[in-house]
Write a protein that binds this ligand. Structure first.
Ligand code: GDP
Ligand code: MG
Length: 163
């Protein structure tokens, strides 16, 4: 079976933006089919002839913070059980939050399969917040801008090394 890559993290960090960028062209083809939802959770990804399934987690519905936290926990659990590689996304504009620490605590046991991704680094200069994320104990964060496409190639190089 294809390796499974799951994207986890608190709301608004850019999970779906990264999912769409990785799945990009393939999703666009599927969406030409009438009746296919735009809020896809699974897609096929490909990098340098390595094929994988990419999973977005987290819905689009607004929630209270309690509900968000319990959903994040269950998403992290599902990712740990089903994914070969977990992309844990944090927000380089916002800096570290208690929700990031909570998810990191769950993921640290599976450290070798987790890639810490610092999104919203839209220029080649690392923000001061970047260094805070070392506190999560998940190694070096990989800086990317999912919306600009910066660093996503380096990220995918790292992903396929873990298969
Ligand atoms: P999700 O809730 O984690 O799925 O986050 P979304 O992908 O829906 O993105 C949340 C917000 O962050 C949206 O307004 C995005 O346009 C914005 N965003 C996502 N990636 C980036 C990025 O790389 N840089 C910046 N500046 N904004 C981003
Ligand atoms: Mg989303």
């Amino acid at each position: 079976a294809r390796p499974v890559v799951a994207i986890v993290g608190r709301p608004n960090v850019g999970k779906s933006t990264l999912f769409n960028r990785i799945a990009g062209r393939r999703i666009a083809i599927v969406e030409d089919t009438p009746g296919v939802t735009r809020d896809r959770i699974y897609a096929e990804g490909e990098w340098l002839n390595n094929y994988f399934t990419i999973i977005d987690t987290g819905g689009i519905e607004p929630d209270t913070s309690d509900v968000i936290l319990s959903k994040m926990r269950s998403q992290a659990e599902i990712a740990i059980e089903t994914a070969d590689v977990i992309l844990f996304i944090v927000d380089g504009k916002a800096g570290i939050t208690s929700a990031d620490r909570e998810v990191a605590n769950m993921l640290r046991k599976n450290h070798k399969n987790v890639i810490l991704v610092c999104n919203k680094v839209d220029t080649h200069i690392l923000p001061d917040t970047f260094y805070e994320f070392y506190e999560l104990g998940l190694g070096d964060p990989i800086p990317i801008s999912a919306s600009q496409g910066l660093g996503t190639g380096d990220l995918l190089d790292e992903v396929i090394k873990r298969f």
